[in-house]
Design a binder for this molecule. Structure first.
Ligand SMILES: *Cc1c(COP(=O)(O)O)cnc(C)c1O
Length: 360
């Protein structure tokens, strides 16, 4: 068996040692004679797995005690509706920063449940940089400010945390959670679909300050109410047990790597190598403002876009998978999440140099 280099944007690469451990435990977890996914979520075995995953995540992100960690379903996309339904009163103003595809989708959904104000946008500059703090026009009566810290499609990333005074800050970190250090206390809520930088699809992690719970609009479906999940330790109904377990293995793996600080260093080195190839040639390009370039999702183009198809075909043949850009933007995109090794990035760098030497 040969594992190839996987640059998928999501569902994305999972660390090899985690998959091996899951494989070893698949039929018979801890000598119980059954697999983890065949156990009751209310068994003491599974509750142990669930609590360990939460406590490791708390360690990795240094999550303060006044925050709840929820393990939900529905993806990041469900949060687009859950956030206004939980955090805004009916008709209350909510604030959004628009920086690309995902933040725009969050805006469209939130408009169904709240009075959305787009308080800053980089649409007019083609989403090539993020709005500056001084461009954000917040009012103290707004329920929260929402932004996407890393736009997965555009490869655009905030190089600062918006300051919001008394207005809670809500961040979609689906594609950059655990990639670099953050100060959780600056956020009212952080959320992420697991399938990019955490684990398998099917799990959504929500980290929310306790004082924001219990204020949901009365019409909210019970399964959309964060308070319901917080009171039940995310077991109000059956949680995605296997995805929770596997994410827990990823958290253990991350701790073994030295935690978020150590992985951030590796991530920055990996991204720098790729941007160096892109910038160092007249052959490839990436137009994002240097300060706002993502270290997780690196879109790039070939000046002669006629070569895209050849690039994608030959890279696939060379064992470099899933480099096609999002259909909305075309070109190429390398997603280099925590689980994508530096060796995979080196293989891509070598391929890009070689391709340029043959077609440049
Ligand atoms: C992938 C992604 C989403 C959507 O996630 P789902 O889990 O598929 O709903 C939302 N926001 C960002 C930033 C993403 O990368």
């Amino acid at each position: 068996m040969m594992r190839k280099h996987n640059f998928s944007a999501g569902p994305a690469a999972i660390p090899g040692p985690v998959l091996e451990r899951a494989q070893a435990e698949l039929l018979d977890w801890n000598q119980r004679g059954l697999s983890i996914m065949e156990m009751s979520h209310r068994s003491k075995e599974f509750i142990g797995v669930a609590q360990k995953a939460e406590s490791d995540l708390r360690t990795l992100l240094e999550i303060p005690d006044n925050y709840k960690v929820l393990f939900l379903q529905g993806g990041a996309t469900s949060q687009f509706a859950m956030i206004p339904l939980n955090l805004a009163a009916a008709g209350q103003k909510t604030a959004y920063i628009e920086t690309g595809m995902w933040s725009s989708k969050a805006i469209v959904e939130a408009k169904r449940y709240s009075n959305v104000q787009v308080v800053a946008s980089s649409a007019a500059r083609d989403y090539l940089s993020v709005p500056a703090q001084t461009e954000i026009n917040l009012d103290a009566e707004m329920a929260y400010l929402h932004y996407a810290s890393n736009e997965t499609v555009g490869g655009l990333s905030f190089d600062y945390v918006p300051q919001t005074g008394s207005v809670p800050l809500v961040a979609d970190m689906s594609s950059d959670i655990l990639s670099k250090r953050i100060d959780v206390s600056q956020f009212g809520m952080i959320y992420a679909g697991a399938q990019k930088n955490i684990g398998p699809a099917g799990l959504t992690v929500v980290i929310i300050r306790q004082e924001l719970l219990g204020k949901a609009q009365p019409i909210i479906p019970k399964m959309y109410d964060y308070h319901v999940h917080a009171l039940a330790d995310s077991m109000s109904n059956t949680p995605p047990t296997f995805a929770w377990y596997l994410s827990g293995l990823v958290f253990e793996w991350l701790l073994q790597q030295g935690g978020v600080e150590a992985i951030e260093k590796i991530n920055r080195r990996k991204a720098a190598k790729l941007y160096q190839v892109i910038d160092g040639s007249g052959f490839y390009y990436n137009k994002i403002a240097v300060a706002n370039r993502s270290i997780m999702n690196l879109p790039f183009n070939i000046v002669d876009s006629e070569l895209d198809a050849k690039f994608l075909q030959q890279s696939t043949e060379a064992g470099l998978l899933n480099l096609k850009g999002h259909k909305a933007v075309g070109g190429m995109r390398a997603s280099i999440y925590n689980a994508v090794s530096e060796k995979s990035v080196d293989a891509l760098v070598d391929f890009m140099r070689d391709f340029e030497s043959r077609y440049g």
